[in-house]
Every structure is written in structure tokens, then in C-alpha cells.
Design a protein around this ligand. Structure first.
Ligand code: ATP
Ligand code: MG
Length: 720
């Protein structure tokens, strides 16, 4: 039996002719440039199996490179699905960073050079962030904002990944002032100590390239070690990554590069698709294979996505098609308000037969915060692909919590010091310094009164003191309103945005998010606690990996993956595309808009059967506009009809698998006062049982209310 028949028997996947050809093409450079869902990753995995089983290549001679650690894990799992029963040796799926680090370590050891890693789990006093922060302070005499730190980080990463030579580093008008100079100082700082080199993640790539380029011994060693190199999602490899791969693959160039230029979504990180488009120039004798048949999705999704991506001009023309059976049409849901989108998504999850086949995709991590808050309220478990907790430590969140803290104890000069310029009280720095000289239990505002003599400021201080004290009596939503309006926090935020060149909308979005979280909560403590709970829930959501729960992911992290049902949320102008994309587009630079288009396309092509695009008209009271991409899709799917949103379909009656064994699925089994175990919150006592809701007092988290149907259908409760 030949390899492909055997594979079909084993895995149920019968590779088509082109895929088989790509698998068999083992000698020499091969570029597999193909559409989403056309089986690129499948072919790559089969090819590894073919090399091991048919060509008898030892596993350690194969280098399979993936884009991130997470995709290495996903890839290994897919490989195991195919081959775990017939192969003893596992191929190591590795990120380019991990292989680069291995080479760099060896290079430094050979040259007796000490080094220290300053990124990741490194020493906090001496890490990349601290170093860049100090350089910023030295240059600009002020503490950098989060956005400024982000700009420093991305610039240094971009320069390294694009391999931009020093002489081309010039400060441009659009850049943060002093950016190039600060980058140069950072580079110099890392090598200033003769006995020690400091390395961030990007340096691993730069030094690896240098080592392979300069050191013939190392180069030969690794070239011989890796007889075959395969890379998936190569459209997102940066210039330096392509160069490293080239050096490792030479002189035999047994290399298989798998990519889709239409899915290139990391341009901002130095990715360069031109390296793929020039593949034949870089690798003479290269063979290019294209695949257009999509095996993943229904024709409704495939045809629409294929039409949609034609928006972009900078691309290789392709015609994606499918022979899969026809299914549902793509749904566009335009709800009135943002919070209705949340309700809708929750409703949909409750109906899902198989939550692990459902994904909610969004562009920004911030989109997940309110979603998680809602899931928390409803007790819905979820798996989050890339957990980003920056929101909870943003200075605006700190400010609001600090002002709330002051309302309980306004003698705290240490807290007042952090917020005094933002509460419109005309307090000066030297007054704070004076307060700090001797601490007291007395109200800091009363003590300030003693220092000033202007009647006007007396009045102001009195008003601010009263307003802050009043906060603790207010519900958190109202308290935030008071802070924003009466204490003038909004005004101060506007000024900071202008002064620090930060995107005002993003800053106000954080305040609006806080308000939404605060909405249903009774006290300031409950609000502070809820923020902690959401953060904790996100932090620990990894434990649900591989379980039958819904996936939340950014569009970026969803690449390569597939789900039965995909909901793309927050599809409004300002998010996808974002304001930067729009601004650039309006001045004639289409690159960002095209990348946003590709991101949208990646999202659409994750869905097998059901794709839903969600948008709304207002958010926090302000009018927002539906994403132009949604409008494109609407025109594609209903060119003739008027452009009204599609009316919601009737619910179908779903089947569910219970979350836990021996779960209670019948209401009759529940009684008031009974002890039950909830799959998330542990043991608790039923304190209220109504036709549609149940309240449980948990030992761990106190009282919580759930929708009764939901608990029964999903089997969230069992008897203790
Ligand atoms: P992406 O661009 O999103 O990374 P891809 O090109 O890597 O997609 P795969 O993930 O390999 O595509 O395959 C998509 C789906 O199609 C998978 O479910 C896979 O099992 C299936 N598939 C691939 N090739 C075939 C085939 N020849 N016959 C049947 N199913 C196939
Ligand atoms: Mg893939």
C-alpha cells in the first residue's frame, strides 16, 4: 500500500494530486503559496510523515518551524493526530526564536562571551522595559506613557526584524520625538559592558544571523544537522527570519515554505511578503505550487471571502473555490447598542451544541474585557488564546481606583500624590512635598487649606474634598461619572492625550469600559473586586485548553485555526479598520488598510459552517459606524437587496453535552436550601429558586445568580 493510501486509511484525509506532489517533492526548494483552508498545514504535516516513514529521514534532522510557541503546540497536536499510532519519534516543532537562541548560546560559549536575557522572565530590575524606560526619562525628562513605551518597543523590534542598517535610521516627522536616538542609545547600552552582552528577543535573531553568517563552523554544523526545513505561515516571517532560514537551508535548500500572502498580518512587526513573491529569485530552481481548493468552509463563506479579498490591490490573484456542500449564508447582525452585542453573543453560546467548536474573534484585546465580565456574570467558562492583562494595570484604571480609595481615607498623601494633577483642585507639587514632610491622620485637603491663602483655592479644595468623600456613598457607575464630570477627570484626560500624543478615543474607551463593568455593581469595593475577578478569570482561562468550552481570541492569534461557528465582534469603524488605518488611507497610504482587510479575511476564513459578523450603532451613548468591511460583505452577499440588517432567525433547539459528570439536568432535582457543586465556583447552597433563575451562596465567592435553564442544559451543577 502506498503512503497516501495508508494515510487515508489512518486519518481519513485523502490528499489531492497537488498536495501529494508537494509531499513527494522532497529535494530542493518548494514554495506552497495557497489559499486559506486549502490544506497547507495538512500537507506540511503529511510531508514530515513522508520524510520520516518513506524517506527514512531521522526525526532530529527535520526542522519544522512555526510562528509562535502556541502554534508549535497546535501543530504538534495536529501531527500527533495523524501519526502518533505509527511513529515513535516526534519531530520537534520549534519557533524560530528557540532555534536562534540555541545557536546564539553556542556561538557565545565558543567565544567565551557572557550574556544575559533581558526579556521574558528576566530580572525585573534589569529588563528591557526598565532599560528603555530609563533611557526615555533621561532623554525626555518625563515618565513615558504606555503608548510611548509601546512605540519604543515596536520600533526597536521593527528595525531588527527588517534588518534596517544604521545609516538608514532617520528620525521622521511622524515618529515620537527622539525615537531614533533612544533606539541607538538602547543598542549601545546592551553592549557597553565589555564582559557582558544583553539580549532581548530580537537580538537572538540578529546574533543568530551574525553567527551563521560569520562563523563557517557553526553554519556548517547546523546546515548538516537540519537536512530538511519546513516553515508554516511563512507570510508572517520577518526579513531576518527569512535570512536565517536561508542560511540554515543552504547549500542543499531542502526547504518547504508554506504561505498565503493574503493572510499576512504582521507587517507592523517587520514581516515582508516580498520575500515570498521573490522566492524564485532567492532560491533558483525553486518549485512553486499553488492550491485554490478550500476544504474547510461552505461555498457561502469561501465565495464571499474570495470576493472580499479582491478589495486589496497588492496581492497575487487567486481564485479560492470549494466543492463542499452548500450551507447557511453569512449573517450580518447589526444591533442598536454595544451591550446588546454582548447579550447576543451570550445567548448564542448558550445555544451551542459543542462550545469548543465556537470562537469569538476580535481585533483588540480590550474587546475581551467586557465579554469576560459578562461570562463571569453568567458563569460561562471559556478558553482565551492570548491573555493580555495590560488593561488592569493601565494608569487610567489606577487613577479611578485611587480616587475611589481617597474617598475612604483622604489623609493618604501617598495616594493623593498619584492623582492630584487630575482632579482639578489646583494642588501644586511643592504642596504635596510639604504634606509628605510629616504625615498625619487628618484630611490632606484640610491640611492643604492651612497652606494656601487664596480664597478661590479654599473654595475649590472644599468642593473637591466633599466630592471625593461623597463617592463612597455612590454606586460605582455614578462614582465614575462624578469623577469624570465633577472632578474634571475627562478634561484632564483630554489634555494628557494631546500632551502625550496618545489616541484620545482609546483612552476614553478605557473609562467607558470601566463604566460598563461598574453598571450593575452596588459598591466601590464590589467594583474593585470585580476587576480583580475578571483579571483572575482571564489569567486562569488557559486551564480550559482542550476542554469543551468556547474560545476567545484576537484575530491575529486565530490564524491557522478553524471552528464550526465563528463570531467576529466589534466590527465598527475605529476598531476594524482602526483610526490609524483610516487616517493613513485618507492620505493615500493603503498599506495599513490592506493589512486590516487581510485580518478581516483571516477571521472570515476560520469558519467551517457558520460565520457571523457583529456590529452596532452606538457605544457608550456615542454613535459609531459599521465597519466598511461589513458593508463590503453585505454588498457581496446581497447585491440586489436593500442594505437593511438581516432579521434574527428563530432559535433552533440544540443538543448539549453536560460540563460535568452526574450533572443535574432536571429542575425537579433542585430544592431550596440544597447544597450543590458548580463546575467553576465549587460548593454552595441554593438560596433562591425561581422559574427562570437560581441563586447560590458559594463558600468561595459568595452569592451568585444564574439563568436556570442555562445551568441545567449545560450541566453546570451537581449534587454534593
Ligand atoms: P490556513 O490558511 O487557514 O492555515 P491551511 O491551508 O493550512 O489553512 P488546513 O488547516 O491544512 O488548511 O486544512 C483545512 C481543513 O481542510 C482541515 O480540516 C483539513 O483536515 C482539511 N483538508 C485539507 N486537505 C484535505 C483533503 N485533501 N481532503 C479533505 N480534507 C482536507
Ligand atoms: Mg495552516
Amino acid at each position: 500500500m502506498n503512503f497516501f493510501d495508508k494515510m487515508q486509511e489512518l486519518t481519513g484525509v485523502c490528499l489531492n494530486e497537488v498536495q501529494q506532489k508537494a509531499v513527494r517533492y522532497a529535494k530542493g526548494p518548494l514554495l506552497l503559496l495557497a489559499s486559506p483552508g486549502s490544506g497547507k498545514t495538512t500537507t506540511l504535516n503529511m510531508k514530515i510523515g513522508y520524510l520520516l516513514l518513506v524517506k527514512k529521514v531521522p526525526a532530529h534532522k527535520i526542522l519544522a518551524i512555526t510562528f509562535s510557541k502556541a502554534s508549535a503546540v497546535d501543530m504538534a497536536a495536529r501531527f500527533d493526530q495523524f501519526f502518533s499510532t505509527i511513529l515513535k519519534d516526534r519531530v520537534h516543532f520549534s519557533t524560530i526564536h528557540s532555534i536562534a537562541f540555541q545557536i546564539v548560546r553556542e556561538y557565545f560559549s565558543m567565544h567565551h562571551q557572557n550574556f544575559e536575557i533581558i526579556e521574558g522572565n528576566s530580572n525585573r530590575d534589569f529588563d528591557k522595559k526598565t532599560i528603555l524606560r530609563n533611557i526615555f526619562i533621561q532623554n525626555r525628562n518625563t515618565i513615558p506613557s504606555e503608548d510611548e513605551m509601546d512605540e519604543l518597543f515596536s520600533y526597536s523590534s521593527f528595525v531588527k526584524n527588517k534588518m534596517i542598517p544604521d545609516e538608514e535610521l532617520v528620525q521622521k516627522k511622524m515618529m515620537m520625538p527622539g525615537l531614533v536616538e533612544m533606539y541607538k542609545q538602547y543598542e549601545a547600552y546592551k553592549v557597553q559592558n565589555p564582559g557582558l552582552v544583553l539580549l532581548d528577543f530580537d537580538d537572538m535573531l540578529s546574533y543568530c544571523y551574525k553567527a551563521l553568517y560569520e562563523d563557517a563552523y557553526l553554519r556548517n554544523k547546523y546546515q548538516q544537522r537540519f537536512e530538511y526545513i519546513l516553515t508554516d505561515e511563512s507570510q508572517d516571517n520577518s526579513v531576518i527570519q527569512h535570512e536565517i532560514i536561508y542560511l540554515l537551508a543552504s547549500p542543499q535548500f531542502n526547504i518547504c515554505v508554506v504561505a498565503d500572502d493574503d493572510q499576512s498580518i504582521f507587517m507592523w512587526r517587520g514581516a515582508d511578503v516580498r520575500k515570498l513573491l521573490d522566492f524564485k529569485k532567492i532560491y533558483p530552481n525553486a518549485k512553486t505550487v499553488t492550491m485554490a481548493q478550500n476544504y474547510r468552509s461552505t461555498p457561502e463563506i469561501v465565495d464571499t471571502a474570495n470576493e472580499f479579498i479582491k478589495r486589496n490591490r497588492n496581492r497575487y490573484p487567486k481564485k479560492m473555490f470549494t466543492e463542499n456542500a452548500s450551507g447557511e449564508s453569512i449573517e450580518i447582525r447589526n444591533v442598536k447598542r454595544y451591550d446588546l452585542q454582548l447579550n447576543y453573543v451570550v445567548e448564542e453560546i448558550q445555544k451551542a451544541d459543542n462550545p469548543c467548536e465556537v470562537a469569538i474573534l476580535y481585533r483588540n484585546n480590550n474587546s475581551a474585557i467586557l465579554l469576560v465580565n459578562k461570562f463571569f456574570e453568567e458563569g460561562i467558562p471559556f478558553y482565551m488564546k492570548d491573555v493580555e492583562l495590560k488593561f488592569f494595570h493601565h494608569w487610567i484604571v489606577d487613577d479611578i481606583l485611587n480616587i475611589m480609595r481617597l474617598s475612604y481615607n483622604d489623609s493618604r498623601v501617598d495616594i493623593l500624590e498619584k492623582v492630584y494633577p487630575k482632579i482639578n483642585a489646583y494642588i501644586k507639587k511643592n504642596q504635596i512635598l510639604q504634606l509628605q514632610k510629616h504625615l498625619s491622620k487628618e484630611s490632606a485637603f484640610d491640611r492643604l487649606q492651612e497652606m494656601i491663602h487664596a480664597p478661590y483655592q479654599e473654595q475649590v479644595l472644599k468642593r473637591v474634598k466633599q466630592t471625593i468623600r461623597k463617592l463612597q456613598m455612590q454606586e460605582p457607575y455614578e462614582a465614575i461619572q462624578t469623577i469624570r464630570q465633577d472632578l474634571g477627570y475627562d478634561k484632564s484626560l483630554q489634555n494628557s492625550a494631546e500632551h502625550l500624543r496618545m489616541n484620545e478615543e482609546n483612552l476614553f474607551d478605557i473609562l467607558n469600559t470601566l463604566e460598563q463593568i461598574a453598571k450593575e455593581l452596588p459598591t466601590l469595593e464590589a467594583f474593585a473586586y470585580r476587576l480583580k475577578e475578571i483579571e483572575q478569570l482571564m489569567r486562569t482561562s488557559k486551564k480550559y485548553k482542550g476542554r469543551n468550552v468556547i474560545t476567545l481570541s484576537t484575530l491575529h492569534s486565530a490564524k491557522g485555526l478553524e471552528y464550526d461557528r465563528v463570531y467576529m465582534i466589534d466590527l465598527i469603524e475605529g476598531i476594524l479598520p482602526n483610526n490609524e488605518d483610516i487616517k493613513e488611507y485618507e492620505v493615500g497610504n493603503i498599506e495599513e488598510m490592506e493589512e486590516a482587510t487581510r485580518l478581516f479575511y483571516v477571521g472570515m476564513t476560520r469558519a467551517r459552517h457558520h460565520l457571523e459578523l457583529l456590529t452596532y450603532n452606538t457605544r457608550s451613548g456615542a454613535h459609531v459606524k459599521e465597519s466598511r468591511f461589513v458593508q463590503n460583505v453585505r454588498k457581496i452577499i446581497a447585491p440586489e437587496e436593500n442594505q437593511e440588517p438581516i432579521v434574527k432567525k428563530k432559535n433552533k433547539q440544540p443538543k448539549f453535552r453536560p460540563m460535568q459528570d452526574h450533572a443535574i439536568t432536571d429542575e425537579a432535582e433542585l430544592n431550596l436550601g440544597m447544597q450543590v457543586e458548580h463546575h467553576l465556583y465549587g460548593t454552595g447552597q441554593i438560596t433562591s429558586l425561581l422559574p427562570d433563575s437560581i441563586e447560590i451562596d458559594f463558600e468561595s465567592v459568595g452569592s451568585k445568580k444564574f439563568m436556570l435553564d442555562f445551568c441545567l442544559i449545560h450541566g453546570y451543577l451537581k449534587k454534593v
